[in-house]
Ligand binder design. Structure first.
Ligand SMILES: Cc1cc2nc3c(=O)[nH]c(=O)nc-3n(C[C@H](O)[C@H](O)[C@H](O)COP(=O)(O)OP(=O)(O)OC[C@H]3O[C@@H](n4cnc5c(N)ncnc54)[C@H](O)[C@@H]3O)c2cc1C
Length: 384
């Protein structure tokens, strides 16, 4: 066989997997239907939050600690700055799951942190204008990952380690070899054979992996960048990234970085789900109104003229946790759907996990049992 491993989808996760596999001496082919990088999937829009307190589930924290080490390794391998430390704020009402979950995970994993009231956040970081009753966990290692640049960095590192990466080649389907060994991948340009297959197709997972059809659902998101009226308050050294639960919903945001604007978005923006190729990519007045309303209320000094508005895709599972597992019928195939709006920060460690699963005995030392495909929440959803 020409390749040890074919990776389908060279976005956030696939690019990291290509690097990890190539570093292990595997003969790797990465196939990407669009460009490298591109703005049609889930990883564009310049930056993504990385944070250690994890209200979604403290089981992610050990993975995050390793993710930090591997982001550092990628920076050293490429000479690129990929992670910018700003500190992170996770806040909301005192009894809210976001604040309580972040606090519980920080305590459980003994993460350095402070608990602040809304007033204290506003005093310490004057770009914020939170209600006094807000409670927030401030964690010093939080920050942002330059997500588009990281895709390029991982691809460059993978190529330097011997991986073959082909953009503008769309995978149309794949079959396990009748012998049970290896796979054949059909694309719009030909066919390729490999011993193992890793599918990291983002919003298109359900189209390439039947067990995920209906379980990995694409959702339209919109990101806003507004010109700060007081730019000195929205710099990476004075403005921590945030996750906030407020009256209007759950929002996340960033200091000014590359695009000249304070950046933020609303989780599950307008609840628009669709087939990924049918996603509406234009932005309308309601998208802008919804985001500006939040900015003007909680970050008035950040909410000047609109600088940019961009659409992007979430891929949600029913319980909003990732799926990382072998294909239930084909152990030589590994599936990864790590999104639900919070996956990017893990790219570096998921690349390592996917390389573990796609080589040798197919086992990983990382504890990813909670991300398996046959967990009860997904079985119930699949049966419904
Ligand atoms: C607006 C927004 C904000 C977010 N904010 C955060 C955040 O702050 N922090 C965080 O950690 N996470 C965040 N996320 C989630 C994070 O960005 C995703 O978890 C991550 O980008 C998913 O990476 P991926 O590799 O699965 O998808 P992608 O990067 O989209 O990669 C999938 C790739 O597969 C390719 N592909 C699909 N089908 C085929 C085919 N048939 N043949 C060949 N190639 C194919 C696609 O073109 C694409 O390049 C956010 C997501 C969005 C949309």
């Amino acid at each position: 066989m020409a390749y040890d491993v074919i990776v389908v989808g060279v976005g956030g996760m696939g690019s990291a997997a290509c690097w990890q596999l190539a570093q292990r001496g595997q003969r790797v082919l990465g196939l990407e239907r669009f460009d490298i990088p591109h703005t049609m999937g889930s990883s564009h829009g310049v930056s993504r939050i990385i944070r250690l307190p994890y209200y979604e589930d403290p089981a992610y924290v050990p993975l995050l600690l390793r993710a930090y080490e591997l982001w550092d390794a990628a920076e050293r391998a490429t000479g690129e700055t990929l992670l910018v430390t700003t500190g992170s704020i996770d806040g909301g009402p005192e009894d809210d799951e976001l604040f309580q979950g972040a606090l519980a995970s920080a305590r459980l994993h003994r993460l350095a942190h402070e608990v602040l009231t809304g007033t204290e956040v506003n005093e310490r970081f004057p770009g914020y204008r939170l209600p006094a009753a807000t409670r927030a966990v401030l964690q010093p290692r939080g920050g942002l990952i330059a997500s588009e640049r990281a895709v390029v960095a991982h691809v460059r590192a993978a190529q330097a380690a011997g991986a073959e990466i082909r953009a503008r080649e769309q995978v149309l389907g794949w079959e396990a070899n009748p012998s049970g060994e290896g796979v054949v991948v059909r694309t719009d340009k030909g066919r390729h054979e490999a011993a193992r297959l890793v599918i990291t197709a983002g919003a298109w997972m359900g189209e390439l992996a039947a067990p995920l059809a209906g379980l990995a659902v694409a959702e339209r998101q919109v990101l806003a960048w507004l010109q700060p009226l007081r730019p000195e308050l929205f710099t990476t050294d004075r403005f921590p990234v945030f996750n906030l639960n407020v009256e209007e919903g759950r929002y996340y945001g960033f200091p000014v970085y590359e695009v000249p604007g304070f950046k933020f978005g609303r989780y599950h923006h307008r609840g628009e789900t669709m087939a990924p190729d049918a996603m509406r990519r234009d932005i309308d007045a309601e998208d802008e109104r919804l985001l500006r309303q939040f900015g003007e209320r909680y970050f008035p000094d950040g909410s000047g003229a609109t600088m940019a508005l961009r659409a992007c895709i979430f891929t949600n599972t029913p319980d909003e946790h990732f799926v990382i597992d072998h294909h239930p019928r084909h152990p030589q195939v590994v599936l990864a759907s790590p999104c639900s709006g919070h996956g990017y920060k893990f790219c570096s460690v998921i690349g390592e996990i996917l390389a573990d699963l796609a080589t040798g005995e197919g086992a990983t030392r990382h504890d990813i049992g909670f991300l398996r495909l046959d967990r009860p929440a997904l079985r119930v959803a699949a049966a419904a």
